[in-house]
Write a protein that binds this ligand. Sequence first.
Ligand code: BMX
Ligand code: ZN
Length: 326
Amino acid sequence: MSRKYVVGVDLGGTKIATGLGNMEGDLLAVRIIPTQASLGVDGVIERIHSTIYDVLEEAGADIDELYGIGICSPGPVNPKTGMIALAPNLGWENVPLVQLIAKEFPVPVFLENDANAAALGELWFGAGRGVENLLYITVSTGIGGGIVLGGKIYRGRNFMAGEIGHAIFDANSPVQCGCGQYGCIETLASGTAIARIARERIQSGEESMIRSMVDNLDEVDVRIIAQAEEKGDKLAKDVLDNAVRTLGLFIASLLNILDVDRVIIGGGVSKLGSRLFDGINDVIVKNMADIPAKNTPIVPSQTGDNVGILGAIGLVFESIGYSRVG
Ligand code: BMX
Ligand code: ZN
């Protein structure tokens, strides 16, 4: 039987999203189910297996027709050993994920960090088509990054390259990050951080219409802050201005280091659209030295909700040296 399909699995703390794609990157079947992390490693692995069987069946595909299975998940992973070192959202430590999947499906299985995989997804199927070198940034719960150089993920000596969320941006910050350090960019400009900062300012007595837009301040998120800004709320504007400035300065620094062809931003916060992208461009133009890198296109992700699945599929493409699509 000829091999013509690839499976991509996006494993997250809340959902497992699995897709079956062809070599053009068309998704022929997608299955999304809750992770149910409380089931433990064996239970979750079984759920991953069932989604793979489901997409194979839906597309009428056979295991023998698979080039391989790609899997991505947040946090540091070891693509060489196929181990998930630490996945706080799943409560996992040192799980041999690749081995556990390959036991059920005897095809090559590849594991990668979510943002690295997303960078590959953009390179193959999204906003990165046509370039060789790109930086992908996801601004969501945390801030993650993926660096593609010469059409391949740059993984680094310890597979930690691209963990940009834990770059320290404010050495004097009193805010401790989940990683233990203080002042990581993730604690200043991720979706979670933006919401926290707005909430804290309101709690400390600053005026804002956000107060009346939610029943409970825990509900404050970036979408609500953006709505408040549109209605003229000063605090919302200030919070977003600060986040955009921080992200702009951070990206300027990354461009100084990497000088890539394109920067692609995804994740929930990228849904701010031109408010974010125009703002970041403005900060870069005003603050970066007068070098060509300041004109690097900063563009939104194009892979949409299937970013993880497409990224995981891109991982298999990368490994088999398949020539670039489109
Ligand atoms: C964190 C880190 C990255 C991840 C990024 C975005 C963990 C669990 N995660 O910096 O590996 O790429 O968040 O993750 O260490 P997301 O959950 O916000 O998409
Ligand atoms: Zn950190």
